[in-house]
Design a protein around this ligand. Sequence first.
Ligand SMILES: Nc1ncnc2c1ncn2[C@@H]1O[C@H](COP(=O)(O)OP(=O)(O)O)[C@@H](O)[C@H]1O
Ligand SMILES: [Mg+2]
Length: 282
Amino acid sequence: MSNAVLPPHPSISTHIPLGDAVRARPQHRAQIIAVTSGKGGVGKTFVSANLAAALTRHGLKVLVLDADLGLANLDVVLNLFPKITLHDVFTGKASLEDAVLPAPGGFSVILAGSGMIEYSHLTPEVRSKFLEVVETMAPRFDVVLLDTGAGISDVVLFSVSMANEVMIVATPEPTSLTDAYAAIKVLTTQQKRQHMRLVINQAVRPGDGRAITGQLQQVLNRFVTTESGQPMRLIHMGDIPADPAVRESVMRRQLLLQSTPGCAAALAVAQLANKIKAMLVA
Ligand SMILES: Nc1ncnc2c1ncn2[C@@H]1O[C@H](COP(=O)(O)OP(=O)(O)O)[C@@H](O)[C@H]1O
Ligand SMILES: [Mg+2]
């Protein structure tokens, strides 16, 4: 693959109004990691759920929050039928405590459920409620994973702004990479970040991710500068291979780490968890 598939997206405006989102970072104990992407369907929810299970096995207390308010489907992947969702918390119909549910992998989840399409544009009231949810939960966990939507919509940018680490999921497809680049560019400017983490999912060949990270980094070196004047730094967190067992586990609505723990993708997720554990210690 050449750099030609990674045009610098000169047309992308980085001046998207974010309101107070730039500073929406809670004070917390937990490491809050936003799992996000430029393009949809790249595996954010799969990674979030299985990474949570893998981190739980390390003895960490993990919460996954379904922050993909418009197209939430963490409940589907985990085979949960929530009676109480984030929507009920936002509208005051239920307490936040009641919205925290146990998930099959031993971690906790807060689900968005369907019918949250009305949040595709966030009002200041919803922003502050959303932030309050994350602020209240953060001290109770070691890791909070925000399973966000794709792209650079208002709700995605806001949920990512609450995280102290951003993990971009991309596949090796040029469309996914150009969209990842676009998201990185916007997040760099809007949220004054110095680095972001990258996971290449559905990798085809060993070494895919390292090569892709290098290529993306070259483009960032030329076109995307952080507030400090340095180029945005990408940290390659690992590759997860394309593996038919992933689709099968989703079809069965089971965690891959439970249904096929020895398959290539499950082992790769476990390795990613090791890296994140090391990051927490550091
Ligand atoms: N490593 C993988 N190998 C094979 N298929 C995968 C892999 N990761 C994801 N998929 C497929 O992609 C689909 C979409 O993944 P999902 O996590 O829902 O994406 P997102 O949350 O980014 O929209 C999954 O249901 C699964 O079928
Ligand atoms: Mg998803």
